[in-house]
Design a protein around this ligand. Structure first.
Ligand code: ZN
Length: 314
């Protein structure tokens, strides 16, 4: 009987240990899952008011008919129209780069004025939903297909032109300087710098790259009669701190990259992210992608700010 009792106790102990281990293991796994869910879910579900950021759309080429899958940067005229109508329906206001520049200057001024109170806040807290349209490279389709839509809906848009390829009419068909001036005269479109040769700075020496920027600026002044701020989109979105600083010294107000994101209170005017508009997107697809870009910008920045705060308090 004693012997049996001992065996029972040993078996019971063994069983309880095994049970505890399993239970503990489950708890740990459950906790891990919870942490993962907590990290992912809020980002996916996060609703950021569209009045807290500005998104800059990046288009390239336009076509009448759908070019099919894989033509990532070709938007049909019908898609463009659908996107504009949908954004207008949702209450978005399209702004020019001039207006964007004024917004960003105001934000910078506030930051200097209230420097001690700037705690890494991200929201712009605007009175309306704002959006900018940009097009890269200067394709003929910008004039043929997109410009009539901008005129029809009376919305501003900006083109970053590769000036040599317009002057020489090289590569995929570009609009002419005369057509560029017509767009400028309509007051709906402005033409800005995308360098003279479209060679990204990582494939070219920094000073040579800056010379190509200067060459493009000279061409814009020579061929076009337009006033306003100085803006540039880096070819392929590539830049270096040196070129960024040099362009700032050259008097550029706004510099655009191809980073996927939106403008928040913390965005530098010399490193503005954009939302690349892909082929086949209807208005709703575009808005979903803008919201995704916003979540990305806000979540990433929030993590950076929290990390800085944590390190600061140590
Ligand atoms: Zn380009």
């Amino acid at each position: 009987m004693k012997q049996r009792g001992r065996i029972f106790v040993v078996i019971a102990l063994f069983c309880s240990l095994v049970f505890q281990q399993t239970a503990w293991g489950k708890t740990v796994t459950a906790m891990n899952n919870l942490n993962e869910l907590e990290l992912i879910k809020p980002a996916e579900k996060m609703i950021i008011p569209p009045t807290d950021y500005i998104s800059v759309l990046m288009y390239h080429h336009f076509a009448i008919r759908d070019m099919g899958q894989g033509n990532g940067v070709v938007t049909t005229q019908a898609e463009l129209e659908d996107q504009i109508c949908y954004l207008k329906e949702l209450g978005y206001e399209f702004i020019s780069l001039e207006t964007l520049n004024e917004f960003l200057q105001r934000v910078e001024k506030e930051k200097v004025q209230y420097k001690r109170r700037d705690n890494g806040e991200l929201g712009l807290g605007l009175n309306k939903k704002y959006i900018c349209i940009t097009m890269d490279d200067g394709y003929m389709s910008n004039y043929d297909l997109a410009f009539p839509i901008f005129r029809k809906y009376r919305i501003p848009a900006s083109i970053f032109a590769v000036t040599d390829s317009i002057t020489e009419q090289s590569g995929l068909k570009k609009f002419t300087w005369d057509q560029a001036q017509k767009m400028v005269d309509s007051r709906y479109v402005k033409i800005y710098n995308h360098t003279a040769n479209h060679v990204p700075v990582d494939l070219e020496e920094e000073d040579e790259f800056l010379a190509e920027v200067e060459k493009a600026e000279v061409a814009l002044e020579k061929y076009l009669n337009q006033k306003g701020c100085k803006a540039l989109a880096f070819p392929n979105g590539r830049f270096t701190v040196y070129t960024q600083e040099a362009l700032k010294d050259m008097g550029f107000d706004l510099l655009f990259t191809v980073d996927h994101g939106v403008i928040t209170r913390q965005t530098s005017p010399y490193e503005i992210p954009r939302v690349n508009v892909e082929s086949g997107w209807c208005g709703q697809d575009l808005v979903e992608n803008i919201e995704r870009a916003a979540r990305k910008s806000f979540v990433r920045k929030e993590r950076e700010v929290n990390y800085e705060k944590k390190n600061h308090s140590r």
